[in-house]
Design a protein around this ligand. Sequence first.
Ligand code: MG
Length: 382
Amino acid sequence: MQLAPYAAQLSSSRGRRFAEEAPTYRSDYQRDRDRIVHSSAFRRLEYKTQVFVNHEGDMFRTRLTHSIEVAQLSRSIARILELNEDLSETIALAHDLGHTPFGHAGQDALNASMKDYGGFEHNLQSLRTVDKLEQSYAEFPGLNLTFESREGILKHCSPKNAKQLGDVGERFLKKQLPSLEAQTVNLADEVAYNNHDVDDGLRSGLINMEQLLDIRLFREQFDLVQKQFPDIQDRRQVHEIIRRMINRQVIDLIDTTRHNLQRLKPGSIDDIRNHTHELAGFSPDMLEMNQELKRFLRKQMYSHFRVHRMSVKATHIIQHLFNAFLDDPRLLSPKYHSIVKQKQAEHGDAGKARAIADYIAGMTDRYAIAEYGKIFNPGELT
Ligand code: MG
């Protein structure tokens, strides 16, 4: 694999928190990716909401299929820009590991419950998952990923949290940027969810074709497809439009980023980190089209009454589980009860609350619903 000088190179990696021998037949970034794929948090993404709760239908995206789509886009982009494809894939597969059940409604509810104990933020929780919560390896806690993978996972961070995070927190205090691999994965994430939310939105009937014809990014591709295939209908038509929308955005992202790189000629990953602004990006025209699409999705889809009803239910479940476990940790299974007791002994009430938040954040949608039933529904078996 030919790497550009500004790509993440293993020879300049800042390494792992706990020193390990280099792998035999893989690179260190491939090893990071493999550890993520084999983690239990990764498997649970299958039953976590992206926009639709898992039981709403088998055809919708889940956090797992979303993460795989982000990895696919990220790898294509990395390969063309001569970035480190393995690192891009690793960051993409890990980027949503810290999500609670029930998507953003779940995250907001858990954040509100944790307000007196340092709050809850899913992106920070993704890092916490790979650094601490996965417990599978004999010699270290977490997955002991390389600095570059951890740096890429942590997209944003308050100065207060950054101070407690050590090396990966530093850049938020020094106002530095992450690798280009991390920057492009972040944009690939946006491309993936904007487009698959249009697809899932149409499939579910929350939005319709007529509304989308007012959105320029959609309209342009719709017109091209109509012209070329006047008789195409239904799902084939939708897929044909969306695949072209994705292609258009990815090509714009590659061309714009390449143009920035040619103009500024960064000579190393540290040049990327020390630059005043991100070198990965869309053209102004594409940025405007993306924003129009996002505004549309926010208004028509994410605030649709059916999504809102599910969000209210999700909030109710998360709040009640949190309060119940906080008031009476004996409701937890002995395994989690002992973790909560230990964290309380070490860090007081904040430690107790954090351990409960970790437990709830790790739940899948269906597990959270089942736990709620077992605790609050007198007719259900425990
Ligand atoms: Mg995502």
